[in-house]
Design a protein around this ligand. Structure first.
Ligand code: HEM
Length: 943
């Protein structure tokens, strides 16, 4: 074989000679030509090495460790101050890169060049791992095609239509905070605000984007939510140098292999979340497609997306993989960014009490004008028409952009226009900057948003007033969609959900500031603007160890350097406004922690001692007032919960059912109850008499014993009814539907149950009887009332629904007029008619009928108190009317008071009486549902 090779090369050499060429001369000439070509290339190549910039930290990684490991903005602001808006930085092995905050250059890259600047491949790989091959991953034509299908879900009218959802989520959030306060002895508490907001935005996105209720607010043990919470900080926060090196040097195919097989904690977390998200989104997309095929549709983003995709030509449609990736993209991009931005808004409001007060005043005035025109809640246009609110949100988004940098790569040689000339290191002055194909550029959103040419000399100061100055946002070229900020990026890659995010932030801020007063605590030394692709508020500090991590993967071995807490403090405004009524003076601290554990603590008050100047570039004041939360005792991890919560659980657990049955026995056998009801024929409201009550409650007990397996079917039933309701486009249609589908059905249920009872008593056999009412009857009544009042703006019809349920039959009254329906009644009477007497009547009726109050009842009453107070201050209205209203309000609060504030004491007294021990004795051996003991150890009866 080697002989044949020698033979062949000899014959090749002979052939060259035969053509008159010397082989040695030929090789030499080729080498010379190549060297000349490379020298020419080097001499004529476009270079940015003469642009001023920092010295590299090392040859291996250049300036990248400083850029990727520092807090958000630290290197950007420093370079901007030292070298200007276009800075040469060093990548690995001395490679030149650029960091840009020059407005004209940014406008060119974002807008003019279209897809002329692509994303860095290693960064798109991170997007693929976290969200799949969706919009944030795609580039060029693929991106254009995907975006076209996505756009119909994100228009202005679509985003405005989600405002009621955001408001509802806000109400649920603040109701839960109020509950926590109500159960704390001095109504002071510490909350993990970041965690609450993250759950709230997850619920918003679930309902608005997928028409699905994640129930993240109501169930902290939601596995899906837990996977998402901390995903960004866990996977991308404070990357070690080795990770920066690998991300920068390794080819994409190797990164892909690592993402699949590596056992590093961050990648395990990302894979775990991806698996869950894929399973969930697949289920959602399939059920939505099926519903649409059956002609049922909704206005959620997923429905619009599925419809838009169906109407595209087959060549431009999204594939199934792309569709799932879009859902995962919306989930992550739409929940983490908004939650984080809102956290920063609250933090700034806490730090600026004057701004907070001014904002609250605007909110209250708007709320009053909403009620004066007969509406009950903020609409999208109300939110649009609050200039100070808009200025606060804009300023916070300028100051703390959730996405702080974008990473682009020149698709071909190009020339960047500049706002200001650059003095190069070789003594030239240039007004345009040529850049070579493949040049990697960091577009600094954080630095642009603090550009003094655009936002004034005080750009490093948080000041919402700047948005009222003449120049304001109008200086400089047009760049961003909101206030000319780059917070939502710009051009072909502008954030698709920017309107959605804005309305969500406006709605939640209004709800929170209307209900609570926020203030800072002195734990700011550890606060970081953590750079994790999204800027998270975190607190540097203790490392969470294995068992304290709520998310535990089988593969997890290496507890990473976890970022822990960030704190935010807040206090109820009511402390100062209404100091005369003790139980309405809660003061609480509300800390936000971006940790993996929720911690609640009471009795901690803020102090303004120990001021500390952080001297950071972005704060005009120190962060010193933020508290050090020294209690490191974190709660033990919870057992893994189901994938989704059951947000509308309508049956009781066995334990709850047992307790209720026991309580009903005690109540109806008690002396007071007998006296209250008279000897047999005394009438209760609604025409119910004693005999009927016994009968009704025996059924109520049976109702409470419904087996748990019905949970799912009730939820499904309710969803189905809600969907049917959503097809009614006029109040007339909805009313007809209600009479047919709710009230006629109520009659049918009752008749069927009675018939079955008669038959069963005839046979004498023990059979399970059907329910007297549909298990979702009360929910339907409440939902109908709310829809008429809020959606159709017809409070009279809302009242009609309640009255009709009350009059239809006794059974309908008992089962339909539940707490939720009464809450609606109270809200309607107050918000639509300002009828405080009517509110009192409803609360009295609830008390009489034994319908329990809940946090929403209390919240309405709080609103009444607030509004009466504001009215007094703002309008100074008629003294007599005011004092009458206050008297009625005091009566209402008295009715609510025992449940609110003396619950614990009464319960102990009650136990003492029932079990037959002194107040001081402990009940350690007595469980709440230990009813047998009541009859054995104590008197066993209330008397
Ligand atoms: C305050 C909240 C938000 C901020 C600051 C924000 C910011 C951004 C930024 C800067 C980008 C460009 C990223 C890039 O090109 O690499 C982006 C893209 C995107 N955002 Fe947002 N976003 C927010 C909320 C939302 C919401 C609520 C949704 C969805 C409901 C959403 C969905 C998206 C999507 C799908 C993209 C990719 C757009 C594309 O490449 O065409 N974002 N966002």
């Amino acid at each position: 074989m080697s002989a044949s090779l020698v033979e062949r090369s000899t014959s090749f050499g002979e052939q060259l000679r035969a053509w008159g060429l010397n082989p040695t001369t030929l090789v030499f000439s080729i080498v010379i030509a190549l060297a000349l070509y490379l020298t020419y290339q080097r001499a004529t190549a476009i270079s940015v090495s003469n642009i001023p910039g920092p010295e590299p930290e090392s040859f291996l990684l250049g300036n990248l460790p400083e850029i990727f490991q520092s807090q958000v903005g630290v290197p950007d602001f420093k370079y901007q101050q030292l070298y200007g808006d276009v800075v040469r930085i060093k990548g690995p092995f001395g490679e030149d890169r650029l960091m840009i905050s020059d407005p004209k250059a940014l406008q060119y890259i974002f807008h003019t060049a279209g897809y002329g600047f692509l994303k860095w491949p290693e960064r798109t790989e991170i997007s693929r791992i976290l969200m799949g091959r969706g919009l944030l991953w795609a580039d060029g034509e693929t991106h254009r095609r995907q975006r076209k299908v996505m756009l119909p879900g994100f228009g202005a009218p679509e985003s405005k239509a989600f405002v009621p959802i955001f408001r509802r989520v806000g109400t649920e959030l603040t109701a839960q905070w109020s509950d926590i306060l109500a159960s704390s002895p001095d109504q002071t508490t510490i909350l993990n605000v970041a965690s609450w907001l993250s759950r709230a935005t997850m619920d918003s996105i679930g309902e608005a984007a997928f028409d699905y209720q994640f129930g993240a607010l109501s169930n902290t043990d939601n596995e899906f939510m837990k996977a998402y919470f901390g995903l960004m900080s866990d996977t991308l926060g404070s990357p070690p140098r080795s990770a920066i090196f690998m991300q920068t040097i390794l080819p994409v195919w190797m990164l892909q292999l690592m993402s699949k097989y590596s056992r590093a904690r961050n990648l395990v977390h990302a894979r775990h979340t991806a698996r869950l998200a894929n399973a969930v989104t697949k289920q959602l997309v399939e059920s939505k497609a099926e519903a649409l095929l059956q002609g049922k549709g909704n206005k959620d983003i997923l429905s619009l997306l599925v419809k838009a995709n169906a109407s595209e030509q087959s060549s431009t449609r999204l594939t199934e993989e792309e569709m799932l990736a879009q859902m995962r993209t919306i989930l992550l991009a739409g929940h983490e960014t908004s939650a984080t931005s809102l956290c920063w808004v609250l933090l700034e409001l806490a730090r600026h009490p004057d701004v907070q007060d001014k904002l609250r005043k605007e909110i209250r005035e708007t709320e009053m004008s909403i009620h004066a025109r007969g509406d009950s809640d903020f609409s999208a246009s109300d939110l649009d028409n609050m200039p100070y609110l808009s200025a606060v949100i804009k300023e916070s988004m300028r100051f703390h952009p959730a996405v702080y940098q974008n990473y682009r790569l020149a698709a071909h040689d190009d020339v960047l226009p500049l706002s200001k000339p650059i003095n190069t290191t070789d003594g030239k002055v240039i007004t345009k900057l040529p850049i070579p194909k493949g040049m990697k550029i960091i577009l600094s959103i954080a630095a642009y948003n603090r550009n003094t040419e655009i936002f004034g000399e005080d750009a490093h100061i948080f000041n919402p007033e700047r948005w009222f100055r003449d120049s304001g946002e109008k200086r400089g070229p047009t760049l961003g969609v909101h206030g000319n900020l780059l917070t939502f990026a710009g051009g072909v890659r502008t954030c698709i959900g920017w309107r959605f995010a804005l309305y969500e932030m406006l709605a939640l801020t209004v709800e929170i500031i209307n209900n609570f007063e926020l203030f800072p605590t002195p734990d700011i030394d550890r606060l970081r603007r953590e750079a994790c692709l999204v800027m998270l508020p975190t607190l540097e500090g203790e490392q969470l160890k294995g068992e304290n991590l709520p998310l535990r993967f089988p593969e997890y071995e290496n507890p990473a350097n976890m970022l822990s807490h960030c704190h935010l403090a807040s206090r109820s405004f009511r402390r100062f406004r209404y100091p005369v009524i003790p139980h309405a003076c809660p003061a609480f601290l509300c800390y936000a922690t971006r940790s993996y554990a929720t911690r609640l603590s009471s009795n901690t008050r803020p102090s303004n001692q120990g001021s500390h100047k952080s001297g950071s570039l972005w704060s005009e004041e120190s962060w010193d007032q933020v508290f050090l939360d020294l209690d490191k005792s974190l709660p033990p991890p919870r057992a893994s919960g189901p994938l989704f919560s059951q947000p509308r659980r309508q049956t009781m657990t066995e334990r709850e059912s047992k307790v209720l049955t026991g309580m009903l026995d005690m109540i109806f056998d008690s002396k007071e109850a007998r006296e209250d009801l008279g000897d047999g024929n005394s009438e209760m409201p609604g025409g119910i008499v004693r005999g009927q009550v016994d009968d009704l409650f025996s059924r109520l007990r049976r109702f409470s014993r419904r087996p748990r397996r019905e949970v799912d079917s009730s939820t499904r039933m309710f969803d189905k009814k809600k969907e049917e309701m959503s097809f009614c486009t006029t109040d007339q249609q909805l009313l007809e539907w209600a009479l047919r589908e709710v009230f006629d059905e109520s009659k049918r249920y009752e008749e069927a149950a009675r018939k079955a009872m008669v038959e069963a008593s005839g046979t004498g056999e023990k059979t399970e009887l059907p329910h007297l009412q549909s298990p979702i009857y009360s929910q339907l009544i409440a939902h109908l009332m709310r829809t008429f009042r809020v959606h159709f703006r017809d409070p009279n019809l809302a009242l009609f629904i309640f009255n009709h349920a009350q009059k239809l039959s006794t059974v309908s009254y008992v089962f339909g007029c539940s707490t939720a329906a009464y809450n609606e009644l109270v809200e309607t009477r107050w918000l639509a008619f300002n009828d405080i007497q009517g509110v009192l009547a409803a609360i009295e009726e609830m008390t009489l009928n034994g319908v329990p109050f809940d946090s929403r009842t209390r919240k309405v009453v709080d609103t009444i108190r607030r509004e009466l107070g504001s009215r007094e201050i703002l309008t100074g209205s008629d003294e007599v009317v005011q004092s009458e209203s206050w008297e009625i309000l005091t009566k209402i609060e008295k009715l609510l008071a025992p449940k609110l504030h003396t619950r614990r004491k009464n319960f102990l007294q009650w136990k003492a009486e029932v079990v037959g021990v002194d107040d001081n004795e402990t009940f350690d051996d007595w469980a709440f549902d230990d009813l047998e003991k009541l009859t054995v150890g104590g008197s066993g009866r209330l008397n």
